[in-house]
Design a protein around this ligand. Structure first.
Ligand SMILES: Nc1ncnc2c1ncn2[C@@H]1O[C@H](COP(=O)(O)OP(=O)(O)OP(=O)(O)O)[C@@H](O)[C@H]1O
Ligand SMILES: [Mg+2]
Length: 459
């Protein structure tokens, strides 16, 4: 098995858990080292104090005649101070002033535990601090002296924690929170980056993101695979579009030859209804193929072109052209102000999408076309709503959805003369959905058709 590397996700998780455990262990060990309930050497400043007291006793009582009387006297003077008690023990381990009750248990335990007879140690029993032994001489007897001191200091914070497991657990959780937060952040950041990239692809923005190939090695690999996938999708789309373009191009040559042969036949045999029909249908076919070719040329690699676009600049020319075209046909185009907003997309596709709808409206309207641009914000998402209406015959309710299908034309005789391959709205529909927008057709308040396009804006 390979050792985990810190750059890998599992190495990081392992390291952070390990570090947290180590921290907890060190804290617990350090806290128990500070615990006065453990046997410790007497600290230097207290030791000096104890030694001074032992020396005073030795110098006062070493030459006294009775050892017991001396100890009684020492005890009496000692009780006055109320805090400290001395206990004496001869070389054979007998108490000269035997302690009682809890003190006896504490002192006997202390003696059995402390192994350094020539170096004073101390340990806390409940509220009683025992220290010793210190050598003293009373009535020419060498004795060991022990101190029993009432301990009033509260135990340090860490020790309080050690005594309360629930609080200890809370403290450990609190202390490890930053580390775990960091871990969670390190885990979720690349995942979020990946999710954003996937969202972008879903929105039709199929582009590589070098940022994905950073971070822990597992995510680096996932990011690299994601980018490979994006590249493969791009190639596939381009391939398909090229294929469509090639097919439409190749279809044109036999069609041209067909029309030429038809023209020759008309010249040889004179005009007939059948030949005229063949010529008309061939012409329509050629028109459709030309449109298909134009569409596929426009779309080749266009899914890879994504720009930040100013809405007003994008369609200003389209509107001007529309006005001009309407005037030529003695009609009018009325347009509201275009909001100053920004969106991301492919400019050529977006322009032709709106243009198709406007040209339909001009073609079918009686007198006027109305174009309205409106910006709406719902739940922090800003959208642009473009409504194109006319006062023409409109489209039957049942056909309102069908007009977005490729080659669909409303089936009235009048349509036959109005040209068009029935591809315009299909192109518009595909462009709008590609840009994450929606398009719907409904009845206009002016009597004709209303086409409503909704496109997401950048914030
Ligand atoms: N403003 C409108 N009023 C009435 N009918 C419409 C309107 N716009 C579109 N249509 C109907 O929807 C059909 C499909 O429109 P679309 O733009 O896709 O094709 P087209 O205009 O016939 O051909 P192309 O746009 O490819 O030259 C049209 O043939 C027409 O019958
Ligand atoms: Mg059209």
């Amino acid at each position: 098995m390979n050792l985990p590397k810190f750059s890998s996700l599992y190495g990081r998780i392992f390291a952070i858990f390990w570090l947290t455990m180590l921290l907890v262990l060190i804290t617990v060990l350090a806290a128990s080292q500070l615990d006065p309930r453990q046997l410790h050497d007497v600290p230097a400043n207290s030791l000096k104090d104890l030694q001074n007291q032992a020396q005073t006793i030795t110098s006062n009582y070493q030459n006294s005649s009775s050892i017991r009387a001396s100890i009684k006297q020492i005890e009496r003077s000692n009780v006055d101070s109320g805090r400290l008690n001395y206990y004496f023990n001869d070389t054979e381990g007998h108490w000269l002033n035997p302690p009682s009750g809890m003190r006896a248990r504490a002192l006997n335990n202390f003696i059995t535990q402390s192994d350094k007879s020539n170096f004073p140690q101390q340990r806390l029993y409940g509220r009683l601090m025992i220290a010793g032994p210190l050598p003293v001489v009373i009535a020419q007897h060498e004795l060991n002296m022990y101190f029993a001191i009432r301990w009033h200091q509260p135990p340090p914070f860490l020790l309080q924690l050690l005594d309360r497991p629930l609080q200890l657990l809370l403290a450990v959780m609190l202390a490890s929170t930053p580390l775990l937060l960091w871990l969670a952040w390190a885990l979720s950041k690349p995942a979020m980056r990946l999710e954003k990239a996937a969202q972008k692809v879903a929105r039709g923005i199929i582009e590589l993101d070098p940022e994905l190939e950073k971070g822990p090695s597992e995510f680096k690999q996932a990011g690299a695979s994601f980018n490979q996938m994006v590249m493969a999708i791009n190639n596939k789309i381009s391939e398909q579009q090229r294929l469509l373009s090639n097919i439409s191009h190749e279809l044109r040559s036999p069609l041209t030859r067909l029309r030429m042969a038809n023209a020759l036949a008309i010249r040889k045999q004179g005009d007939s209804a059948e030949l005229a029909r063949i010529d008309m249908e061939a012409e329509r076919l050629e028109l459709m193929i030309n449109e298909l070719l134009e569409l596929s040329r426009q779309q080749i690699d266009s899914h890879q072109i994504q720009q930040n676009l100013s809405v007003a600049e994008l369609w200003a020319e389209t509107i001007e052209d529309g006005k001009f075209e309407a005037e030529q046909q003695k009609k009018s185009l009325i347009c509201s102000a275009i909001p100053k907003a920004v969106m991301t997309g492919n400019p050529n596709l977006l322009i032709s999408a709106v243009e198709n709808v406007i040209r339909n409206a001009i073609r079918y309207c009686e007198h006027s076309v109305w174009v309205d641009f409106k910006q709406v914000t719902v739940k922090q998402q800003s959208s642009l709503i473009i409504t194109i209406e006319d006062d023409g015959p409109g489209v039957d309710k049942e056909e309102l959805e069908a007009i977005f299908r490729p080659f669909y034309r409303v089936s009235t005789a009048r349509e036959r003369h109005s040209g068009g391959a029935g591809l315009g709205l299909a192109i518009t529909h595909s462009v709008i959905t590609q840009h994450n927008g929606q398009i719907t057709a409904l009845r206009s308040q002016h009597g004709g058709l209303a086409v409503q396009i909704t496109l997401p804006l950048d914030l």
